[in-house]
Design a protein around this ligand. Sequence first.
Ligand code: C2O
Ligand code: CU
Length: 541
Amino acid sequence: QAFPHYKFVVKEVPYTKLCSTKNILTVNGQFPGPTLYVNKGDTIVVDVYNRGKYNITIHWHGVLQPRNPWSDGPEHITQCAIQPGAKFRQKIIFTTEEGTLWWHAHSTWLRTTVHGALIIYPKTGTSYPFPKPDAEIPIILGDWWKEDIMELYEILERNGDDVQFNSEAFLINGQPGDLCPCSKPETFKLKVNRGSTYLLRIVNSILVDSLFFSVANHTVTVVGSDASYLKPFKTSFIFLPAGQTVDVLLEANQSPNHYYMAASVYSIRDIGDYNNSTTTAIVEYNGNYTPSSPPVFPDLPSHSDTGAGLNFTASLRSLADKEHPVDVPMEINTHLFYTLSINAPCKNHSCPDGKIRTLASVNNISFINPSIDILQAYYCCIHGVYGANFPDFPQLWFDFAAEVYPMDWEIPQLGTEVKMLDYNSTVELVFQGTNLLRGSDHPMHLHGYHFYVVGLGMGNFDKDKDPLMYNLVDPPVQNTIHVPKIGWVAIRFKATNPGVWYMHCHFDHHMVWGMDTVFIVKDGESPEAKMLPPPPDMPPC
Ligand code: C2O
Ligand code: CU
C-alpha cells in the first residue's frame, strides 16, 4: 500500500534571534519544523534521518497510533534513540483525530527546536461543525533559549533546581515579536480582511510553561482542543497548558487597525524578574487607514491567575451530538488515584554528595529510565527492565493541600514501575496535585489514548462528593490536561489500544525529575485487539 510519504532530515542550522546567532537542531532546516497536512483517517509514512550529533526520537503528540506503539516515539519507552547517521521509518495512523495536533522530538530536551504542527482536516466530503473559515493559520507558541539546550539538560539532570528555567523569549511562529530587541522586521503578521473569519490552530510547544493567549479588542470562539471539537464558546483569552492545542475562530470585526496578539506566561512558580514572558505578533487589517502606534495591546490575565486557567479548562465541553458521540465509560472496573509531587532526594536536601537536587514523582515513585525500551522488553519478554507494581493508590494518604509536611514525605522511591491494564478495562484516573515542596501545576499527557475529562476542582479530591458532580454528558476529549497545584482532575478512558503508553507531565523539567510512568495495555482475544508486529528497522539500543 502506498501511503503519503515525508522525509524529516534532522540537522543543525544557524538561526539568528534576539541579536545573536546560534546553531539549533531542526527538521529540514526549518524552525518551527514543517507542518504536515492530512485528512481524518489517513495513514502517512515519515522517514526520519538523523544528520545531527545527538540521539533523537520523534513523537506524534495526540495521535492514537492504534496497536502501533512502535512508531509512537518516546525514548526509553517505545524505542531506543535514532543515533547520528541512522534512519527510522515511522508509520503514523490517524483515526478519530480531527483538528490540530503536533509532532516533536521525544528525547532529552531536543523538542525545544524540533517540533511542528499536524493539521488534520475532516474526511474528504465532510466539513467542520462550524462555518468554513476564510483562512486557516497555524500559530505555534515556542521559546528561545540563550543557553545550549543540551548543556542545560545535562546541568538539570545533575543539579535539579540550581538552574534558571527561563528562556530568553517566547515565540509566535518562531518570532519573539517587535517588543524584543532585533526582532521587529520578522515579527509574525496576520493580514486580515474586515468581515472575514480565520481559524487559528494554536499549539503550545513551550518547554516548561503554560500560557495565556489573547488578541487585542477581539473575542475569539473556541471550537476545538487536542484534535477534538468543542461546543463553541466566546472568550477574550485562552489558556494553553504545555503540550495542549486549541482551535479558535477569529472574526475580523473591529475597526481597521493593527492589533497585537500576545501570549504570556501562566506560572505559579516564582518568576522573579522574568520580564521577557510575553511574546507578540500582529493582526493587521487590510485597507487604507492610519494605524494606531503602537498597535493595541490585549488584556491578559496576570501570570499567577489560577482561577482564569481553571475556569477556561472547566468551560470545555465536547459536541456530544450524533456525528460526535460521547462514549465515556459509565461502569468503571479500574479505579486509579495518582498523586503528583515535587520531591527532594534526601532529608533536608542534604544528600551525602552535598548536591541540591530536585525530583518529582507519581504516587511517590520517581521514574528511572530503563536501559532498553519498555516496549521491546515487554514484547520480547526481557526480564529485569521494568516492574509491574505501579501502585493504584498512594501508599500514604494525607492532606495533599497542607502548608507543611514532615520532611520524610518529601523523599520519593526510585523505580521503573508500570501499570498493567487488561484490554477493554474501563479506567478512571484521578490526578491529585500535592503541595510537597510548594507544589506546582502539572499538564499531564497520556500517549495512545484520548481521555474524557469528567471532573476537576481545587483542594483534596473527595471520593464521596466529587464524583456526584462529574460531567458524563459532554466531557471534553483531551490528551493533555492541566492539573492545578493542590487541585485534582478526574479522567476516564477505555483501554482499547494495546501497547506500551507513556504518561508524563509536559513540563520537561518535571519529566526529567521523574514525573512519568507507563501503562501497558495487554492484547485482547481477537486479532484486531492485538499489537501489530514491530517494523524491521527499529533503532537498536
Ligand atoms: Cu507531547 Cu510524551 O509528549
Ligand atoms: Cu509537572
